[in-house]
Ligand binder design. Structure first.
Ligand code: SAM
Length: 508
């Protein structure tokens, strides 16, 4: 299996691999109901995580996935190891051994393994804070997931900007209203249009989902399969069961939210997905992780945002307000379409085109129409790595020229802007590199502080558009700042001494 992950696997091989991994997940569920020990449960979780990540990678990018090839290989080896252990345990476990055939995963009978006591999911309406039409219907895997959702610090906060239905009847005009309207876009269906200029870093929209569901559709405990059920049949059965689950949650939703949900686009009408699942699969954003499991949500307005390979937004899910926040990645003029990236926009055109297929999208943006130069640019941009250690080394060596790192980092920033990738984390990373270099130059008196202030402000604004850094990231950031400042001070002392000795030399 590892050989097909080396980047250039054919479409059929990838599909087979995805199908196999889906089966691992099914197997994982079956096994879970029999797992008696902690070790087995931990194994299951790991296996599922790897399975989910791999399926994600391969579905979104059939050539290499979003991760680099090395990482892919390591992941696949781990999945293989875990699966072997799992299957061996399965066979040697007296509770399951007799019912397990020895002919591989495809023919594993499911019916003998289901726990009838295990509850499949928990339905809850959150946050119930009194905001009209702003409650979110949630299908959660467990009561523990619900606890994790509602025990988040400061939960529930109001949404940052109410959706247009709340304050001006959806007209989208006036300063208090959202700066957008939903309108038809040629050859894209509906889309989101800026009704006024939105400066870089400003909030475009804050909206709670209509429905939150687990991202991975699992086989419910009640599902029965015959021992020779094909993958396709199992898949359809899963779709059916999920649709039933969704229907129960849908029935609990506010009628206005039900109407908004059913009005959304469905690109999965012909693949066996029911209407509720089809709409979820077309419109969902990943929202949060609960009990280690990713969840998706669909939105009345945000799900109208169309794809671009040069998106003009940055978004993250804010757990405290249970809402998705969209920000302008660059200045958005009034009348421009507001867009997001449905795929990894640093990947080449061919890979992006594959990832967009499930949405029925044939992208006609500038980077897709004329991909040769753009692919080369994006490849260069994707190679940007953490340059902080290099900056610290440069700062600590006063003999190295002042412009050594500034010129290439500024050039990279321009390249990212040319490709319209200000919404990608790489842009913030390069801004950070420039801030550090300018700091060193300012301390050594080699640049004026106005540029430093300007770039620092831009970096801080855009950094705030992404999810808050966790404690580990914050600690790393503080340590980096300290190292750069220390190196800059040492550099400036050496420079001052050199100037002094030059002066003395001139006087003598
Ligand atoms: C999440 S919906 C976006 C809103 C949708 N346009 C609507 O009318 O509700 C995704 C669907 O929008 C369309 N779409 C999104 N981005 C597009 C693009 N760049 N070009 C063409 N169609 C696009 C596709 O039909 C896709 O399945």
């Amino acid at each position: 299996m590892a050989s097909v992950t080396k980047g250039k696997a054919r479409e059929g091989e990838k599909e087979a691999m995805v199908r196999e991994l889906e089966e691992f997940t099914i197997l994982a569920d079956e096994f879970k109901s029999d797992a008696a020990t902690r070790e087995k449960e931990a194994m299951m979780r790991k296996l599922q995580e790897f399975g989910i990540r791999l399926i994600d990678e391969f579905e979104s990018n059939p050539a290499t996935g979003k991760v680099v090839a090395m990482e892919n290989e390591v992941m696949v080896r781990k999945v293989e190891e875990l699966t072997m252990r799992l299957v061996n345990e399965f066979r040697s476990n007296p509770a399951t051994a007799s019912s397990r055939p020895t002919t591989g995963l495809r023919t594993v009978p499911v019916e003998a393994q289901h726990s009838t006591t295990q509850k499949a999911y928990v339905l809850t309406t959150q946050p119930q804070d009194g905001a009209h039409c702003q409650d979110v219907e949630c299908i959660l895997r467990s009561a523990a997931a619900k606890q994790e959702l509602i025990e988040y610090p400061m939960f529930p906060q109001p949404t940052a900007l109410l959706a247009s239905r709340e304050d001006d009847g959806g007209q989208g005009v006036g300063e208090a209203s959202p700066p957008y309207r939903i309108a038809p876009i040629p050859s894209k269906g509906l889309g989101m249009i800026a009704t006024r200029a939105i400066p870089q870093g400003s909030l475009v929209a804050g909206e709670r989902p209509l429905l939150i569901v687990p991202k991975m559709q699992r086989i419910p405990d009640s599902t029965k399969f015959t021992s020779n059920a094909t993958v396709r049949r199992r898949r359809l059965a899963i779709f059916n069961e999920v649709e039933k689950e969704f229907r129960v949650a849908f029935a609990r939703m506010d009628p206005a939210n039900q109407e908004a949900y059913m009005a959304l686009h469905n690109a999965h009408r012909d693949d066996g997905s029911g209407p509720l699942l089809g709409i979820m699969r077309t419109n969902a954003y990943r929202v949060c992780i609960l009990e280690g499991e990713p969840y998706s949500g669909v939105f009345k307005d945000l799900s109208r945002i169309n794809h671009s390979c040069s998106p003009n937004t940055i978004y993250h899910f804010d757990r405290a307000s249970l809402s998705m926040l969209f920000f302008a990645a660059r200045d958005i003029p009034a009348g421009a379409e507001i867009t997001s990236g449905y795929c990894d926009t640093l990947q080449p055109h061919a890979t992006r085109a594959q990832a967009l297929k499930p949405y029925g999208i044939r992208c006609t943006c500038a980077a897709c129409i004329n991909p040769t130069a753009s692919d080369a640019n994006r490849l260069r941009i994707s190679h940007v790595t953490d340059a902080v250690p290099a900056i610290i080394r440069w700062a600590g060596k006063p003999a190295l020229p002042d412009g050594l790192l500034l010129r290439p980092t500024l050039a990279m920033l321009e390249l990212i802007k040319t490709e319209g990738l200000e919404g990608d984390p790489v842009y913030v990373r390069v801004l950070y590199h420039i801030v550090l270099v300018l700091q060193v130059l300012a301390v050594t008196g080699c640049s004026d502080s106005s540029m430093l202030l300007l770039v620092t402000k831009q970096w801080a604004t855009l950094r705030g558009c992404f999810a808050k850094p966790d404690r580990e990231e914050q600690t790393k950031f503080m340590a980096e700042m300290e190292s750069v400042t220390t190196a800059a001070l040492a550099r400036s002392v050496v420079r001052e001494r050199a100037v002094e000795s030059n002066l003395q030399g001139n006087i003598q």
